[in-house]
Write a protein that binds this ligand. Structure first.
Ligand SMILES: *[C@@H]1O[C@H](CO)[C@@H](O)[C@H](O)[C@H]1NC(C)=O
Ligand SMILES: *[C@@H]1O[C@H](CO)[C@@H](O)[C@H](O)[C@H]1NC(C)=O
Ligand SMILES: *[C@@H]1O[C@H](CO)[C@@H](O)[C@H](O)[C@H]1NC(C)=O
Ligand SMILES: *[C@@H]1O[C@H](CO)[C@@H](O)[C@H](O)[C@H]1NC(C)=O
Length: 806
């Protein structure tokens, strides 16, 4: 106290900073400072002394560690790097009589793990006064004692050490005694009263002496004892101990009542003068709680719980005193031996939790410190962790271990680890303890969504409702939360120049794909779309899948008759030579159907004819042949009504009329306007015609007007027909030839087109392009079968489309 100008000495300062050890740099630093410094006092700047950057201390989790859970007494200021006092440091409490009082700590830094030993040398301050074991000492002295007789006074004790301990004794002036100060072999001083002038019991029976013990500190402290001298008649000998020092050793686990040692002394006197009483003269408070001394027998026994880890050595003085107060003392040293009674303790000093799953093998995730309070072999500890976890313990500095990963982690496989660390010491029997550490693995977006199928296909019937669902795709992503949340979208694409998004849409959350519009098989039979699944991580991961959409045909197109031309602006007439034999090809009805397969498989029937037995039509070829030889009696004008049906369910049909003239000579052909269908036996046809006429009155009227103008004032057209039907192949619809698989009709209707007579062909005029009249420019020919069936509830149940050519 009040001790100014203490010195702080950095004794050794890190010799290994330039050693490029990966894990640790070892540096020792030592400070020396007085006890009883105020809390918050700066001991020294440890960052500077160890050559560390003060600014990095915080990031490196710098901290002061002690063994076990002992007090730390000091701490480090992470801002400045100062080592400051945090607890009262009382040298006497910490170190007792030890000459050197050393506290050692460790400065631990992480990233990388670094350990520095810090030694604090606590200097003594003269804060304790010398104290005599007793306030009063009773001394009985025979009056016959000779001048120069010596009487030992037990030494005063000062908790301080060195110069601050007892230095001298002063005896108050008196008539009989002087003081002689002696020094023991151990260096402590005690006083002896020396008789300087003989006593005379008859003059003075009692006298009081005052002895003052003084220490050497500044300021000086002192303590006193009163010696009460009784002058006696008799004379005797002081007791003599059998040993100058008694030594004993006992294990820390010794039970209460264990006899430690017996001190004994002999006194040459007899009777009361030879009866020796024993008592402790000087001992520490700790020792007083542990041992007791039998006054008569000198047995020292255990009365407290010994603990090697608390105190390994006790020293005490025993005074032997005879009946007349003559005494001498002896020293007793009791060594406590270590027993393996402390299991190792595992401290988790640092833990990175959770660990990202992409941590590379060898990543340090934690620091473990193992301590065992026992000594020597009993404190040698081995540490291990259980098998089958991708972690291991790497011994680091001293009893520190790093917990490092040994392999790749995958949160999708194992997301939590329960690591059990087991520490075993080498005592016998060994003690062990375990600690369990919970470690979680944090997610990293390392899995792209994966579609459940390699590819998807969807089948849609044409003329579907817009908005109907087509199919659904599913992708899975095992990552966590948003890293595993899948969002679906269509990849941009085009179909015939139209963006894909106007055909299909996908629900981003469910993956259900909807049709945006109604599909037309005749426009496209199939198409592909790419759907992407993307997770919500950052950056996101994605994958894509192909969805093939197949459109199924519906019989929504009725047969289209190409020949005879459906156009009403020409009456086409076939010439049949009179000499034609049975089976001769006379003409051919040519029709196509935009649908496919059965829906386009056409069959031809003659539904009405002037002479039912004369002509026959090929069921699938449409070829009109004579059934028998032509005879003179046959009517020259022959009309046929041919119906063309497809094979759909329900089927659609079209009809047309064909005019045949049996003649060898064109001149015999009557005027075309006279050719009219003999309706006497065909009510059906007339109804049909009437119906058609009424449906498109205006249109037909218009045509009739044109026809009338044309055929009344012009020469009648003649058609030469040489047996082959001339149809340009270009009249076939473009997608007709694309029908593969279902292409039963392919090639069957490939005809070469040629016209026979140059001058008369103006009327033999086909539609210039199939597409112009059919699909997709306008779809006037389309009829929805159900609608049609309602309008024409025919007896045979087959729907007919009112298409006829005149
Ligand atoms: C640490 O040191 C800084 C700078 O010297 C100071 O401002 C701060 O108060 C100190 N912190 C503590 C807890 O002593
Ligand atoms: C981890 O292990 C310890 C010790 O084996 C056990 O007590 C604890 O319940 C375990 N925890 C989990 C989450 O498995
Ligand atoms: C997703 O992954 C990223 C790294 O890819 C990670 O930083 C983030 O924490 C993860 N999110 C969740 C919710 O785990
Ligand atoms: C779709 O996935 C394939 C391979 O799976 C990849 O090559 C292609 O780049 C992806 N396309 C898009 C647009 O992401």
């Amino acid at each position: 106290m009040g001790h100014k100008g203490f010195s702080v000495a950095v004794l050794v300062c890190s010799v290994s900073f330039f050693l490029l050890t990966l894990h640790s740099a070892y540096g020792d630093v030592s400070y020396s400072f007085p006890e009883e410094m105020k809390r918050g006092s700066v001991i020294g700047n440890i960052a500077k002394d160890l050559g560390l950057e003060a600014s990095r201390l915080s990031a490196r989790k710098a901290r002061i560690d002690t063994e076990g859970n002992r007090k730390r007494y000091c701490d480090i200021n992470l801002t400045s790097g100062d080592l400051i006092v945090t607890e009262r440091i009382d040298r006497e409490e910490l170190c007792g009589e030890k000459v050197s009082c050393l506290l050692s700590f460790e400065l631990v830094l992480e990233n990388p793990l670094e350990l520095h030993r810090i030694s604090l040398q606590i200097q003594d301050v003269n804060d304790n006064s010398p104290i005599f074991p007793k306030d009063t000492i009773k001394l009985d002295i025979r009056e016959s004692a000779d001048k120069g007789a010596r009487y030992r006074v037990n030494a005063a004790h000062d908790a301080d050490i060195g110069q601050n301990a007892v230095q001298s004794y002063v005896l108050q002036r008196n008539n009989h005694f002087v003081l002689s100060v002696q020094t023991t072999s151990a260096g402590s001083k005690y006083g002896e009263l020396v008789l300087d002038k003989e006593l005379d019991r008859e003059k003075q029976q009692e006298l009081q002496l005052l002895i003052t013990a003084v220490d050497g500190g500044t300021p000086q402290r002192s303590g006193t004892v009163v010696i009460h001298v009784t002058v006696l008649d008799a004379n005797d000998n002081a007791p003599v101990f059998s040993q100058a020092v008694y030594k004993a050793s006992l294990p820390e686990t010794s039970p209460l009542g264990t006899l430690v040692v017996t001190v004994s002394s002999t006194d040459a006197d007899e009777g009361v003068n030879g009866e020796v009483m024993y008592e402790f003269s000087r001992m520490s408070d700790k020792a007083r709680k542990m041992f007791t001394l039998d006054q008569k027998t000198g047995d020292i026994t255990v009365i407290g719980e010994l603990d090697y880890e608390e105190e390994s050595k006790y020293e005490m003085f025993v005074e032997g005193k005879d009946g007349y107060g003559l005494s001498s003392d002896t020293k007793v040293i009791i060594d406590i031996t270590d027993i393996n009674d402390n299991a190792p303790v595992i401290y988790l000093k640092s833990l990175t939790n959770p660990i990202p799953e992409n941590a590379s093998p060898g990543t340090e995730v934690g620091i473990i410190n193992v301590q065992d309070r026992d000594s020597e072999n009993n404190r040698q500890v081995r540490c291990s962790i259980q098998q089958n976890v991708p972690f291991k313990l790497v011994p680091s500095i001293k009893n520190y271990y790093s917990l490092v990963t040994t392999g790749e982690l995958d949160r999708e496989l194992v997301s939590d680890y329960n690591i059990t660390i087991i520490a075993t010491d080498e005592g016998s029997p060994p003690l062990s303890s375990s600690k369990s550490v919970q470690l979680s693995v944090a997610d990293v977006n390392d899995n792209p969504p994966v579609f459940e199928e390699q590819s998807y296909s969807a089948h849609v019937t044409e003329n579907n409702k817009p908005g109907s669902s087509v199919c659904s795709v599913t992708a899975r992503d095992p990552d966590w939360r948003q890293n595993g949340t899948v969002i679906y979208s269509l990849l941009p694409g085009e179909l015939n120049g139209v963006p894909m998004s106007s055909f299909l849409s996908v629900n981003g959350d469910t993956g259900v794909i909807h049709a945006v519009r109604s599909f037309d098989y005749e426009q496209f039979m199939r198409f592909k779309v790419h759907v992407m699944a993307r997770d919500n991580g950052s950056p996101p991961l994605s994958s894509n899948v192909t969805v093939s959409v197949f459109i199924t045909d519906v019989n929504d197109n009725s047969p289209q008759i190409l020949y005879p031309a459906p156009e009403g602006n020409s009456f086409m007439t076939e010439l049949v030579p009179k000499a034609a034999h049975g089976g001769s090809l006379v003409s051919k009805v040519i029709a196509v159907d935009a649908d496919s397969g059965q829906n386009a498989w056409l069959s031809y029937h003659i539904v009405k004819s002037t002479d039912p037995g004369l002509f026959t039509i090929g069921l699938h070829s449409g070829e009109i042949r004579t059934q028998r030889d032509i005879s003179e009696s046959d009517s020259m004008k022959q009309n046929l009504i041919v119906s063309v049906k497809d094979n759909g369910q329900p089927s659609l049909s079209a009809t047309c009329a064909m005019y045949l003239v049996i003649s060898d000579n064109l001149a015999e052909v009557p005027e075309l306007k006279d050719i009219s269908y003999d309706e006497s036996n065909s009510k059906l046809t007339s109804y049909l015609i009437i119906a058609l006429v009424s449906v498109s009155t205006f249109f037909l009227t218009f045509i009739i007007v044109i026809l009338a103008v044309r055929f009344c004032h012009h020469k009648k057209p003649r058609l030469l027909f040489d047996g082959a039907v001339a149809i340009p192949s270009a009249y076939l619809p473009p997608n007709y030839a694309e029908v593969d698989g279902a292409g039963t009709l392919r090639g069957t209707y490939n005809y070469d087109a040629y016209l026979t007579t140059g001058s008369r062909t103006s009327d033999f005029k086909f539609v210039s392009s199939y597409n112009d009249h059919t699909l997709p420019a306008d779809q006037t020919l389309r009829k929805i079968p159900t609608d049609f069936a309602e309008e024409h509830d025919d007896s045979d149940g087959s729907a007919e489309v009112g298409l006829s050519c005149k």
